[in-house]
Design a protein around this ligand. Structure first.
Ligand SMILES: C[S@@+](CC[C@H](N)C(=O)[O-])C[C@H]1O[C@@H](n2cnc3c(N)ncnc32)[C@H](O)[C@@H]1O
Length: 291
């Protein structure tokens, strides 16, 4: 793999590695038997040895561990939103910035008839397909890869090159992506999605809370996060209050079905499943929106 490809896969790799690591927890927000196979060979080697995993989690991630593990909360939130959408008759699911997401690979109970469209950069998708092949994981017939660089083409233009049917209701997820987009770019994407999907479609996403809405005791964590992503050349570009995100999406054509902080979601999940195995970052929120 080229250095450029490695750079492209790194955040998605870390996400898959953390999902794999989470499979050892007694309380699991996401059950993902494929996470380890989708992880890079280097991270997989680390995961095999507990002391190395401990090193990765405590030393390398340090104070950012809760931020990284927040991905499990957003993943559960989105998965439950997709399950609810399926119960309501929605049969298309678009994953924007899918990375090494394993939903379609492990939800044979839904896919097909649910059709899943994974959008990511071509290099990322090539890496994922190679890992799926090596792990001998069966690709479901309902899964469609839509290679696209979203800096060059819109979500709807990318989907137009696939068997996506704009007349059918759809749920679109934007996980781990919004903070890297400026509010203008997010508004533009949301407008294009709202204009392109059928009435009754839904949008699920996570985003960074603005300073006034975030938990004050996590200020240090926020500063560390900003430094970490800036060092990697992926600066955080936007943050919102719950109301500001609802307003932005209302302007784009989506009404708010739910807007909730990750802290409140963690409480919900702890009530459902028992105490969560990690600290929750008070820096993010999730939301479900309808057209
Ligand atoms: C942080 S990962 C999130 C992965 C997964 N959605 C999750 O929640 O764990 C961000 C993903 O967005 C993809 N991405 C970033 N910029 C992109 C672009 N311009 N076009 C397409 N995909 C992009 C990356 O390749 C990566 O897979």
């Amino acid at each position: 793999m080229s250095t450029a490809q490695e750079r492209l896969t790194s955040t998605a790799d870390l996400a898959a590695a953390l999902r794999a690591w989470h499979q050892r927890d007694r309380v699991r927000l996401v059950k993902d038997p494929h996470a380890a196979s989708l992880t890079s060979p280097a991270l997989r080697r680390i995961l095999r040895f507990r002391p190395a995993t401990w090193f990765l989690a405590h030393w390398l991630l340090g104070g950012l561990k809760p931020v990284m593990l927040g991905l499990l909360i957003r993943a559960r939130y989105a998965e439950q939103a997709v399950e609810a959408a399926f119960r309501d008759g929605i049969r298309q699911y678009v994953i924007v910035g899918a990375g090494l997401d394993s939903f379609a690979l492990r939800r044979g109970d839904l896919v097909p008839p649910l059709r899943v469209f994974e959008i990511d950069r071509p290099a990322m998708q090539a890496v994922k397909q190679e890992r799926v092949r090596r792990a001998r994981i069966q690709l479901p017939s309902g899964l469609h890869f839509v290679p696209a660089d979203l800096e060059q083409v819109s979500v709807m233009d990318a989907l137009a090159n696939s068997v996506f049917d704009p007349r059918q209701q759809t749920i679109v997820s934007f996980l781990g992506v919004t903070y890297y987009l400026s509010p203008e770019t997010l508004a533009e994407s949301a407008r294009s999605i709202a204009a392109g999907v059928a009435p009754g479609s839904r949008l699920v996403l996570d985003y960074m809370l603005d300073e006034a809405s975030a938990w004050p005791e996590h200020r240090k964590m926020r500063a560390q996060l900003e430094e970490y992503v800036a060092q990697r050349g992926e600066p955080m570009k936007s943050e919102y209050s719950l109301a500001a995100m609802s307003d932005l999406l209302a302007d784009a054509g989506f009404r708010t079905l739910e807007a909730i902080t990750m802290m409140d979601l963690a409480e919900r999940y702890a009530e459902e499943l028992g105490p969560l195995p990690f600290e929750t970052p008070g820096l993010f929120a999730c939301g479900l929106f309808g057209k």
